[in-house]
Ligand binder design. Structure first.
Ligand code: ADP
Length: 298
């Protein structure tokens, strides 16, 4: 196949723009201490809710936190912080954008903030997804942050990897799962993903682990979590479990921040403990076991 001179010029120009944007990303990411990707095997396991709540818990623990909603299949982080779709991100005269800060002090950047609801599906096709995210990363001015949590699209395939690779020097990944989905497979996929990304797995969070009745009896709706055993078997840190609480869905649907509305709930307290563990692992020198996490089946 022959490429015409005009086509060649257009490709070269595009490559130059991409290189310039990548330089801008590297510059901006230098100001962020820890960059953590949050991933799940499939959709609907509460990955976005976990990302938003962990961000809130880290902020309440005194850290400067941002969330990048990279779940291009349906960005929802902004809604979990009560921000409407299409709200926009303030822009400076030089073209950089400022993330929107939501209580309890979490900075949010998302394509969901930039696109009106009815136009959103247009952008989710093919490589445009990666280009849109690259631009968002290149032009968002986070300032100094301790943590940037990146909500990846569900799955552990090439698309997720391409998106995660937009961010240089990633600190690690956190896996989110529900008990019924917990099999060796998700852990192995998570490990393989982190290996391809060349970063460690920080740990695993089990969401929708159980339901506590008002009389205090506990029901393991999706099966009693093998999460802890599996984490042990594969040398991955078990970060904690989040119960099922109908108020979570209600709060999420109403655009209320669950963590702020129900600070005394079992789920919010669990997030504070998980945040503590993440801080210990990430800031306090990663435990040897995370570094050794491998594919040993024994
Ligand atoms: P994902 O990002 O994995 O697709 P979401 O975070 O959008 O999942 O959550 C899917 C649905 O489950 C939402 O309606 C959310 O409010 C609800 N949800 C998430 N976690 C819980 C939980 N622990 N208890 C009750 N509902 C939950």
């Amino acid at each position: 196949m022959r490429i015409s001179k005009g086509e060649y010029k257009a490709v070269a120009q595009r490559m130059k723009i991409i290189q310039e944007q990548q330089k801008l990303i590297v510059e901006k990411m230098k100001k962020i201490k820890y960059k953590i990707a949050i991933m799940s095997n499939k959709g609907g396991v509460g990955k976005s809710f976990v990302t938003a709540s962990l961000a809130a818990a880290l902020a309440v623990s005194g850290r400067k936190v941002g969330v990048l909603d990279a779940d291009v299949h349906g960005p929802s982080i902004h809604k979990l912080f009560g921000l409407p779709t299409g709200l926009g991100m303030p822009a400076k005269p030089d073209g950089t954008m400022i993330p929107v800060e939501a209580p309890p002090g979490v900075k949010i950047a998302s394509l969901g903030l930039l696109l009106p609801e009815d136009e959103t599906p247009l952008i989710w096709r093919g490589p445009i997804k990666t280009s849109a995210l690259r631009e968002l990363l290149a032009f968002t001015e986070w300032g100094d942050l301790d943590y940037l949590l990146i909500d990846l699209p569900p799955g552990t395939g090439d698309e997720q990897l391409t998106i995660a690779q937009l961010i240089p020097n990633m600190t690690g990944v956190i896996l989110v799962t529900i008990p019924s989905d917990l099999s060796k497979a998700i852990v192995l996929k998570g490990l393989a993903f982190s290996k391809r990304l060349n970063v460690p797995v920080i740990g695993i969070i089990e969401n929708m682990s159980y339901f506590r009745c008002p009389d205090n009896t506990i029901h393991y709706i999706f099966g009693k979590g093998a999460a802890e055993d599996i984490a042990k078997k594969y040398n991955i840190e078990y970060l904690g479990s989040i119960p099922i609480d109908p108020r979570i869905r209600e709060a999420n649907d109403k655009g209320k921040v669950f963590f702020i509305e129900y600070p005394d709930s079992e789920a919010s307290k669990a997030f504070l403990k998980i945040a503590e563990k993440v801080i210990r692992i990430v800031e306090g020198g990663r435990e040897e076991k995370n570094e050794k996490a491998g594919l040993d089946e024994s």
